[in-house]
Design a protein around this ligand. Structure first.
Ligand code: NAD
Length: 488
């Protein structure tokens, strides 16, 4: 297991010799002690990325693409090892890291490997006699700061488009879950990325993260994390005029209309909220269900919830693992108290599982709460296996409830009425809307939010725009320009 920082193509100790202990959230047994990056290391990594940039920028786009495709192959070739490492570091069930996280990571690198030499500039029909062409140029050194909920996937979400576009990257994984990012760094070196193009520095936000944000040679910060930290980062980045892309929190509305296929809505909702223990920014954390079908829906949904196999994430049969840290577990459980104080009714869960073999881990049972409108639990992001239930009687009311939060990331709706589906999709405040499904992602489809969920988009052409800027080049082909200051 790699435990050092990855700077300038090499694994090195942190300059100050500090370390971070990493634990397995299944039982809190020690997993690794890794080097902690501090400000000095960030400076070294940014300097290395800055040195590598001029060459990398001029490397043929097809060559950048070839390396990204090789990277995808390397991830697939090591998929089983990466999936197990991610499971141990985060608590995601192995069936999910195997079936979703690692394949999606490889898929992201493959998509942008293909994109690298197909991302086009344009020619603008300007004045007669002139040719105006627009090229998309990389930005330089990109700093990326990511959270702990999908660590390996976020490596690829940030890295793949940034590298395809010709940027170099300095990435700070979460201090809680740094292990797969370091293993991916090792694969990057094997694949042949030039030194300095990719740098990976686990460290704390207040030190390594803050230095990355404030570094004058960082052209852009691409941040995924909580709304308060994201806003603070945007303020700090503004001091140097550094661009910022913010992927922040969410409070996904998931609306079930009376004409929906209830069985499918039940299955989709369970995936939407309980996948990854609800630790997803796009989680379907607010069920908004029509009053005429709420009983039928809940009967089926609670039966399904009760049957979810919670346990050791390394067991391939496990469907829900522990939360990623004890601190986070406490936070999620504290919302059960908030719900009760607010007059909410706990329909299922709301506590740690009784199984003694899980007693040392960060486990929380899948939890469903019938909540009062406009209560804290229906407005604040809990980020756990914690779903609130509200009912509505008209489409207008459903929309009002759905939009009555500051977040605007993902949202879903279940209906067989075509007009209603598109009307709701149009009117929901969300960067992504899923009709008769929930939480679909694809490397080609823009991903991001509005309002308190941030701005900017991951994935697809939108991501390439995020990591490039337009340069307009004017060529006088045969224009005869009369003198502006005619003399004589
Ligand atoms: P967090 O904001 O606490 O931390 C995110 C990252 O920022 C970590 O790497 C952390 O070390 C770093 N950081 C913390 N303080 C910093 C500072 N002062 N300067 C620079 N960096 C700093 O978030 P978290 O608890 O790790 O993750 C959970 C949050 O992430 C949730 O709110 C969730 O919704 C959000 N999230 C959003 C998306 C999205 O795409 N919109 C995806 C996943 C998670």
């Amino acid at each position: 297991m790699r435990t050092q920082l990855f700077i300038d193509g090499e694994f090195v100790d942190g300059a100050e010799g500090r370390t971070i202990d990493v634990f397995d959230p299944h039982d809190m047994s020690p997993l690794a002690t890794i080097a902690e990056a501090t400000e000095v290391d960030v400076d070294r990594a940014v300097a290395a990325a800055k040195r590598a940039y001029p060459q990398w920028k001029l490397t043929a786009a097809s060559e950048r693409g070839r390396l990204l495709l090789k990277f995808a192959d390397a991830i697939e070739a090591n998929a089983e090892e990466l999936a197990l490492l991610e499971t141990r570091d985060t608590g995601h069930p192995l069936r999910d890291t195997r079936g979703l996280d690692v394949p999606r990571t490889a898929g992201q690198f493959r998509y942008f490997g293909g994109m690298a030499d197909k991302y086009l500039g344009s020619v603008i029909p300007v004045d007669r006699g002139f040719l105006d062409y627009v090229v998309r140029e990389p930005l330089g050194v990109v700093g990326s700061i990511v959270p702990w909920n999908f660590p390996i996937m976020f490596v690829s979400w940030k890295m793949a488009p940034a590298l395809a576009a010709g940027n170099c990257i300095v990435m700070k994984p979460s201090e809680l879950t740094p292990l797969t990012a370091l293993r991916v760094a090792e694969l990057a070196a094997e694949v042949g990325f030039p030194p300095g193009v990719i740098n990976i520095l686990p460290g704390y936000g207040q030190s390594a993260g803050a230095r990355l944000v404030g570094h004058p040679d960082v052209a852009k910060i691409s941040f995924t994390g909580s709304t308060p930290v994201g806003r603070m980062i945007a303020g700090q980045a503004a001091v140097n005029g550094t661009r910022v892309h913010l992927e922040l929190g969410g409070k996904g509305a998931n609306i079930v209309f009376p004409d929906a296929n209830i069985a499918k809505a039940v299955g989709g909702t369970a995936f939407g909220i309980f996948h990854n223990q609800g630790q997803a920014c796009i989680a379907a954390s607010r069920l908004i269900v029509h009053e005429s079908v709420v009983d039928e829906f809940l009967e089926k949904f609670l039966a399904l919830t009760a049957s979810i196999r919670v346990g050791d994430p390394k067991d391939p049969a496990t469907e829900m693992g522990p939360l990623t840290s004890p601190m986070h577990r406490e936070r999620v459980l504290s919302y059960v108290d908030v719900a009760t104080e607010e007059g909410g009714e706990i329909l299922i869960g709301g506590k740690a599982p009784s199984d003694p073999t899980l007693a040392d881990g960060c486990y929380v049972e899948p939890t469903v709460i019938r909540a009062r409108p406009k209560s804290r639990v229906t407005c604040e992001e809990v980020f756990g296996p914690f779903m609130t239930v509200q009912t509505f009687s008209t489409d207008e009311e459903a929309l009002e409830i759905a939009n009555d939060v500051d977040f605007g990331l993902g949202g879903g709706l279940w209906t067989n009425d075509l007009s209603r589906a598109h009307r709701m999709a149009r009117d929901m405040n969300a960067g992504m809307v899923w009709i008769n499904s929930y939480k679909r992602v694809h490397p080609g489809s823009p991903f991001g939010g509005m309002g308190s969920s941030g701005y900017g988009r991951e994935m697809g052409f939108e991501a390439m725009h995020e990591y490039t800027e337009a340069k307009s080049v004017w060529v006088n082909v045969d224009a005869d320009i009369p003198p502006f200051y005619p003399r004589g």
